[in-house]
Write a protein that binds this ligand. Sequence first.
Ligand SMILES: [Fe+2]
Length: 491
Amino acid sequence: MKILLVDDNPSIVESLYLVLSEEGYQVVAAGDGLEALDALHQQNFDLVLTDLNMPRLGGMDLVSEIRKMRNPPLVIIITAYATMETAIHSVKLGVYDYLLKPFNMDQVLHAVGRALEKRRLEQENMQLKEMIVLYNASEAISSSLDISAIIDVLLDASFSQSQADLAVLYLLEEDQQTLKMTQHKCAGCAELECAEFLQSLARKVDASRLSSIFDGQGSHVFSPGNATVAPMLRTPSTEHQFYSLLSISLKANNRYIGMLNLFSLTPGVVFSDKHSRALYILAAKGASAIENAHLYENTQQYYLQTIKSFAHALEAKDKYTHGHSQQVTRYAEVLARGLKLDSRQINMLLQAAMLHDIGKIGISESILNKPGALTEEEYRVVKKHPITGKHILAPITSLAAIVPVVYHHHERWDGAGYPDGLKGMEIPLPARILTIADAFDAMTSSRAYRQAMDAAGAFRELERSAGTQFDPELVEVFCRQQHVINGLMRT
Ligand SMILES: [Fe+2]
């Protein structure tokens, strides 16, 4: 346990220093309040023994400063000038004990022993809480496949674990050289100014150079004055001062993937090896989870690409449906913009439009390209394509929103559609939009058994079926865009 001894009387300091050191405590001495504050800013202490009357900064002012610290040490006041006023003030400031000079050593040792036992119990309690935080974070990380959510958990846990003011996570770019700042968390993010300040500090640290000095291995605690770290700070200035830096490398499958940097901007909060060890383990877990999420994302992308290629190949085989999805996507976008949907909704709709007939992969060409009316059995097969589409797209979690749109794109406003026979507003809006775009392209393109209708005829047909097949309000908006639609039609 570490004790800070503060007294302007050298003989008192000396005698206390000797006795406490002999008891096995680690003791640091300071000649007045200012010297003590300086020490408190550089190191962690468990207990401060302080005199009251001292030059420059007295004991009471020192205690007030200590109270402002995060995780402040306990304080015992030792004074020859006790007054009722100072005693009451001490109690108010949460001073642990109050001893009068001249003191006997047994009395001091007894008070110190009790204080440090209280401190030990508090620390144990805190460690237990920290372990619970770590455990919960570790569980949350393992069960997630969302990179940004994993990083959030990692940053949150680092914060509560280390009392950092700023945590910044960097990931290696595809070039395997550049570290890119991905997410950060700062204690004062609520205030914009503070957030900007903290971010600027994060930018001033050259992450790539920092990681290169420890070769992307392990976790390291640095003080800003450290000769190795100082050159890594691009423009260190007093206003951007930090008191401690904990830099943790992120490794997954033995491969370096990034770095987590924690900064303390609070005097007296200095990272320790304990923080370093605990967070290194969590960071390793986070790194594996990030890597897994990456792999998962890639697999999903490949799968999506494959599906898109299939869809493309399917359409390309038949001259009548060639480019159908592309056209439907264009018309759907015009209608969506006419409805003033936001960009997120529009993007989702366009994905759905591109993939709306993906389920036709499961239908034989003889039915799809049949130059005549379908038999009842054939029609039953065709009607399955929204269901097949849903099954094909369901494994891609990032496409979860478009699955119901693909599934319902053959519903009718009057409830006579398929697969569920939904009616009116029960049908999701993007599906109602898609139905109109789909029908318009089908009518205006040739089939083996009929000629293409012209645009005017197709618009008339949409209006005729508004309120039965189509959402009438959407038809109205679509028809208002005739000039735009005409410009997008196949030539
Ligand atoms: Fe369809």
